[in-house]
Write a protein that binds this ligand. Structure first.
Ligand SMILES: [Zn+2]
Length: 165
């Protein structure tokens, strides 16, 4: 893969890849969008550094480009490809397939996570329902239970005393 800047591919067309949603990167960026060198300034007044992103479109999977983060809201039309297009159709399709696989697994993972959370919530509710009758007993009834326990311990102590001491 070549890393030359092909200024001929500069364009401000609406077909530019987005930053989120369907074009969200399926892998973590190894280099932050602003961490590349040397900096490419955009054409705005104070020549701010353009951020480097990775395209995950069907047309340009894995191809890096530079634009300002603010260009989403308008105000800056700077847009430049960093890599040349991937010529090898096999590699291009492989990247698309891997992208789709990652997104499918992410969707399945979040569905499983939601399912596990729902099961956990149901178990908590069931456990609370099992405990509820005891908790709802009047104070005198609960008091009676502890009186019985105390009486039982006293009887055991007396029997122990009579038999073994
Ligand atoms: Zn600009």
């Amino acid at each position: 893969m070549s890393y030359s800047i092909s200024s001929s591919s500069r364009s401000a067309s609406s077909s530019r890849p987005g930053f989120h949603g369907q074009n969200r990167s399926p892998v973590r960026y190894r280099v932050g969008p602003m961490d590349y060198k040397p900096p490419t300034p955009c054409e705005c007044k104070h020549k701010p550094k353009a951020a480097m992103w990775i395209s995950w479109s069907d047309e340009n999977p894995g191809r890096r480009y530079k634009t300002r983060a603010m260009s989403r809201m308008g105000g800056c039309n700077f847009y430049e490809w960093h890599d040349d297009p991937i010529e090898d159709p096999f590699l291009k399709q492989l990247l698309i397939d891997l992208r789709d696989k990652v997104r499918l697994l992410e969707r399945m993972n979040s569905e499983l996570h939601r399912g596990a959370m729902a099961v956990q919530e149901r178990q908590v509710v069931q456990a609370e329902n099992r405990l509820a009758p005891v908790a709802r007993l009047p104070a005198t009834a609960r008091c009676g239970y502890w009186k019985n326990v105390a009486l039982f311990v006293l009887v055991v102590a007396l029997v122990w005393n009579v038999l073994f001491v």
